[in-house]
Design a protein around this ligand. Sequence first.
Ligand code: AHM
Ligand code: MG
Length: 333
Amino acid sequence: MPHQKSTLGEFIIKNQSSFTYSTGELSSLLNALRLAAKVVNHEVNKAGLVDLFGDSGDVNVQGEQQQKLDVFANKTFIQSLKNRNIVCGIVSEENDEFITIKGQDKESNGKYVVLMDPLDGSSNIDVNVSVGTIFSIFRRITPVGTPVEEKDFLQPGRAQVAAGYVFYGTSTMLVYTTGDGVNGFTLNPAIGTFYLSHPNIKIPKNGSIYSVNEGNYSHFPDSVKKYIKYCQEIEDDRPYSQRYIGSLVSDFHRNMLKGGIYLYPNSTVNADGKLRLLYECNPMAFLAEQAGGIATDGQVDILDVVPTNIHERAPFYCGSSSMVKKLLEFIHK
Ligand code: AHM
Ligand code: MG
């Protein structure tokens, strides 16, 4: 029999002992996410067959149309997390307010809070382009047994205990970190098991891809415009290739494996950019740093930003360390 790769379930258990004060609860939480990912994956893959494309008719807190699959993914992840008495609260892109979870004894006994974008890049669903789930996990700061409070969610990204994403693409992957490197697992759809396919991922120090919605160019800050022109110059290893899927998980994943920079700047139309700090930028920034890359809002590391609102946005520049440093030179000139 050929050598079998470790499964995600085995990997989670094996690494449990490396968490400080580990009691197995974080492992159980990760397993809840693993299960929900499989359910959502199944649904994403048959969306075209069962009338799951299109709008649900509802509008979320950002004023955007919610897609049917957004709603399904949101419900699935929330239910899976609720089933295990480990999480006391959830922030979701799809819910205006944070969700309080009470255990069977009606107390909020869970130790952790989860912040997530249950189906990111959802404008791509109807055209069969990859979408993803993004998650961020913190230990609560209020005492166990008391109701979860907003401040439990408003912690700087540096305090994350785990973060990751599920990538529903040509193959489905779950990529996550608990602060000890980044590991990627690919789903074998025939048997419904994630296998360790990308151990200890490192972002190449340099790359030749820049990813940005260049249609917004006229609205960008001058420094970012100049950096984009730099990427396009014929010099040394440039021009770089421009690759932009418009699905953060996919763009991030490609750049992490191949080397590159992702930019979603502030602009004259979006003063803080578009991406949400707590469930888009923070988890990606944790992964990027763990893989040897950099994530910044242009002034400070994303992980050091102190949030004041659960749905706040932040400019986001992330990827290969040399490329992000070069961009920062332009910003600070
Ligand atoms: P969403 O959460 O509404 O799906 O929006 C987030 C997405 C990211 O995945 C992607 O990187 C970005 O929005 C693309 O935005 P734009 O279409 O403005 O380039
Ligand atoms: Mg999103």
